[in-house]
Design a binder for this molecule. Structure first.
Ligand code: GLU
Length: 449
């Protein structure tokens, strides 16, 4: 297989969306599988859409997912070198583009309308914005290597599109010119992008042809759908990598889940690290139907990856979701008690917060025999010389037997009094870690009138 070079070309307009991450992963895998290069290119020429901090954020999200780029470019930097202006002028010289002097509707917006056949095309202006002169009665087509189909357009439906803005707007290129010039200049062999970019493709096909460039292979990915229908949106929760990590998802779980959004291996295997995925990735494995973003499945992956962590690794991750002053050694002892129960790392707060802070106990959570249960527990626990699991287990089971308590309700009262909650890690193990002093104090506190 000859070396493939791909690029991920985000516009810095916000956080890295799940769909963007998916494009990046597949592009990365396609290149790396062949021993080729993966390029990160920041497409920032549409100045009015820029969001401060996005570039750093996009880079961080890619790094967290393990997607390291081999080359890095920023289009506005390249624009300063006159790269796009030069190519746009070549198009003017060859008669395939023209200067347009129409003023943008809103002078601040930099936006030129792309009318089907712009009257300026026959005016022979010598300055202005540069627009593509789209021919009539031609058919444009290409073979999409993801969809695996020939796709055609009649040029009569393709508008005279702006390629380069006027001097007033620093001669910045639009996406349509910059993407073609750069994919060529950077030696990109395969372009992978979201389905919503499909309408731009005929414009690019013309620009490739008129500039005399060899066209890369182009492939469009299916849209990710919301379970309620329509394109994936924020309605049901976060869909950007950064917010999801902040919500307690692990980058490796997000990565694994995203890999399977519309692609499947031959053997239906589900668990992949990035390296394993690169090895088995085959672009013929793309499914035709649109994948649905299934949070329950993502949660399953997250739980799986949480359980793959060592206790040390997990305890470190917990720190982000707990008060600053928690004791790391205690946290390390708590970790094995909660590991099996977590779906998200952030749940550590609700599940184990009681270790670090005295909980508020709602009386209504206690059973009708709570005061007898707790009084007896205090008496017997107080006598314990050694505070360990064996001792605690044995005196409490002995107590239940002697007094004829109902096991379930006894332990529920103990649990609620100590933790404030009915759902917690195993209670006897928890009080070992909590220690004698705090355990007795909490039990007594609940009994106070
Ligand atoms: N800059 C476009 C984006 O923000 C990239 C489209 C492409 O990959 O050609 O998604």
């Amino acid at each position: 297989m000859s070396k493939v070079k791909t690029r991920f070309a985000p516009s810095p307009t916000g956080l890295l969306h799940i769909g963007g991450l998916r494009t990046a992963i597949y592009s990365y895998a396609l290149a790396k599988k062949s021993g080729g290069k993966f390029v990160l290119r920041i497409e920032d020429t549409d100045q009015k859409r820029l969001v401060t901090g996005s570039v750093e954020n996009l880079k961080n999200s890619l790094i967290k997912s393990g997607l390291k780029w081999d080359e890095y470019y920023v289009q506005t930097e390249r624009a300063k070198q006159g790269i796009y202006l030069k190519e746009a002028k070549r198009l003017i010289e060859s008669g395939n583009a023209f200067y347009c002097r129409c003023k943008p509707k809103n002078p601040k917006s930099e936006g030129y309308s792309n009318i089907l056949r712009d009257p300026c095309r026959s005016k022979d202006y010598e300055t202005g914005a540069i627009k593509l002169k789209v021919p009539d009665n031609e058919v444009l087509g290409y073979h999409d290597f993801i969809i695996n189909k020939e796709i055609f357009w009649k040029t009569d439906l393709v508008a005279d599109t702006t390629l380069l803005k006027s001097e007033e707007f620093s001669n910045l290129p639009t996406y349509h010119l910059a993407v073609v010039v750069d994919d060529h200049a950077m030696g990109i062999t395969h372009v992978l992008r979201g389905h919503d970019w499909m309408p731009s493709t005929p414009i690019h096909l013309l620009v490739y042809k008129y500039l005399g460039y060899k066209r890369p292979e182009v492939g469009h990915l299916t849209d990710i759908l919301d379970p309620d229908g329509g394109k994936l949106s924020k309605r049901k929760g976060s869909v950007s990598c950064e917010v999801m990590i902040g919500d307690g998802y692990l980058p490796e779980a997000i990565l694994n889940y995203v890999i399977l959004l519309g692609w499947a291996p031959k053997d239906n295997r589900e668990i992949f690290s990035l390296g394993e995925f690169v090895k088995i990735f085959d672009p013929r494995g793309f499914q035709k139907s649109n994948p649905i973003f299934d949070r329950a499945k993502l949660d399953w992956f997250n739980g799986y990856y949480i359980r793959q962590k060592t206790d040390k690794e997990l305890a470190k991750l917990f720190l982000e979701f707990l008060p600053k002053n928690v004791d790391y050694k205690t946290l390390l002892r708590i970790t094995p008690l909660v590991k099996e129960r977590l779906t998200k790392v952030s749940e550590i707060g609700t599940l184990a917060g009681f270790f670090f802070e005295k909980p508020k106990v709602k009386q209504k959570l206690l059973g009708k025999n709570a005061s007898v249960h707790l009084k007896e527990a205090i008496t017997i626990l107080k006598k314990l010389r050694e505070w360990n699991l064996d001792q605690i287990n044995s005196v409490l089971t002995g107590l239940i037997k002697d007094k004829g308590f109902e096991t379930g309700s006894f332990f529920m009262d103990l649990r609620v009094a100590i933790t404030g909650s009915r759902v917690t890690p195993p209670i006897n193990e928890s009080i070992v870690i909590l220690g004698k002093l705090k355990t007795l104090r909490r039990l007594k506190f609940v009994l106070q009138p």
